[in-house]
Ligand binder design. Structure first.
Ligand code: ADP
Ligand code: MG
Length: 394
């Protein structure tokens, strides 16, 4: 990676503003329902504490739309972080101005404080320069560990790094290295599996990966549009009629590039997207008129699994079916298990795909599960992420 990390700078005694992605789900009582993202930032926070930095954490949570709102307060996150870290996390009731300034002035070496939700200010998402300056004023150094927010040019992800020196945290470094290596120098065979609801969400990803992979596997709802492009009747399945030509074009490009292109050969079809509805497995060219495809069938799962097990690099984005409903989760879970069993470097990107891998119980056997949904997609599209670009080069 050509960006500096916390290892490349002296943090001893310095005030270090760390942008983390603590945008975690809260339960009805307002407690942290899933602390994966908090845990993911621990290595960077611990390193800074051990190296006697004065640690100032900043994050967004939800969409408070530029106003203070207790529902989106980071207080419960600070409490959970305190438990995980085993040390005090001083919660500050504001993001910029007098209150944080005084808190930072009293912050000792190795101490940790957390600012309130940066999105309590509309200036954050506008990347307002004055607001970025007010944030930067609190610190000597900026550390970006929020890969999940790196595709946004906001004040706390991009603006601040133009004012004080910015470096990557360990999570950011790992994300860039794992995703970056897959795109630039993958061990081969390199297999990508793209699924999810719609082709339109993933055109950029498919386009970029076509130039890099040996095999491209398409599953999930978007496969319907490709099957339609091959002349098959998809019944009542989710289908993007205006993307059929594009699907055909992508398949032509794959053929021209010598990329093996795989589509489902069988499907789980149902009368409705309802776990109680009548369902059956049919060949992909036998979807009954009034039925819809909601998962790949067992033969497809077996075929995809073989390609995954024979690969040396696998990138997976997008579930193979409506995995939120048990009767239509089989294909997705099967692909998840194939990744776990493969000797390949396995990378999972996308929020729903990461959730599916958790649900399948194989998360611990995947090389890298990206913490960034939208950010990992944009990275796989080959785009430059503003939060990364703004950091100092090595
Ligand atoms: P990710 O978050 O991993 O990038 P997406 O958001 O693109 O994944 O896609 C996930 C969604 O796609 C899930 O909600 C799932 O129910 C839906 N989906 C997958 N297959 C189908 C299908 N055959 N029909 C309708 N929806 C589907
Ligand atoms: Mg999603």
């Amino acid at each position: 990676m050509n960006k500096k990390t916390v290892r490349d700078i002296d943090v001893n005694g310095k005030r270090v503003l760390v942008r983390v992605d603590f945008n975690v789900p809260l339960d009805k009582e307002g407690n942290v329902a899933d602390d994966t993202r908090i845990r993911a930032a621990l290595p960077t926070i611990r390193y800074l504490v051990e190296n006697r930095a004065r640690v100032i954490l900043a994050s967004h949570l939800g969409r408070p739309k530029g106003a203070f709102n207790d529902r989106y307060s980071l207080k419960p996150v600070a409490r959970r972080l305190e438990e995980l870290l085993g040390r005090e996390v001083i919660m500050v009731e504001d993001v910029v101005g007098e209150i944080p300034r005084q808190a930072v002035a009293g912050l000792g070496e190795g101490q940790v404080m957390m600012l309130e939700n940066v999105r309590f200010y509309a200036e954050e998402e506008k990347n307002d320069e004055k607001f970025a300056r007010a944030l930067a004023e609190l610190a000597d150094i900026f550390v970006n560990d929020a890969f999940g927010a790196a595709h946004r040019a906001h004040a706390s992800t991009e603006g601040v790094a133009r004012i004080i020196p910015g470096v990557a945290g360990f999570l950011m470094e790992k994300e860039i290295e794992m995703l970056g290596r897959a795109l630039s120098s993958p061990d081969r065979p390199f297999v990508a599996i793209i699924g999810g609801a719609k082709v339109s969400d993933k055109i950029g990803v498919i386009g970029n990966l076509l130039g890099k992979v040996d095999t491209l596997i398409i599953g999930g709802g978007m496969a319907n549009t490709f099957l339609k492009a091959k002349g098959l009747d998809m019944g009542k399945s989710l289908l993007e009629g205006d993307k059929v030509d594009l699907a055909r074009e992508l398949m032509d490009r794959a053929a021209a590039a010598g990329v093996k292109f795989m589509l489902p050969v069988d499907l789980v079809v149902s009368r409705a997207a309802d776990p109680e509805a009548e369902r059956r497995v049919v060949p992909a060219d036998r979807v009954p008129e009034e039925w819809m495809a909601l998962d790949i069938g067992p033969e497809s799962a077996g075929m995809f699994g073989k390609a995954i097990r024979e690969a040396r690099t696998v990138v997976w984005n997008g579930p193979m079916g409506v995995f939120e409903m048990a009767p239509f989760a089989g294909g997705t879970f099967s692909v998840a298990r194939s990744l776990a069993e493969s000797g390949a470097v396995t990378i999972v990107g996308g929020g729903d795909s990461a959730a599916a891998v958790e649900k399948a119980g194989v998360a611990g056997r995947i090389s890298h599960i990206s913490t960034g949904g939208g950010a990992s997609l944009e990275f796989l599209e080959g785009r430059q992420l503003p939060g990364i670009v703004a950091l100092q080069d090595k």
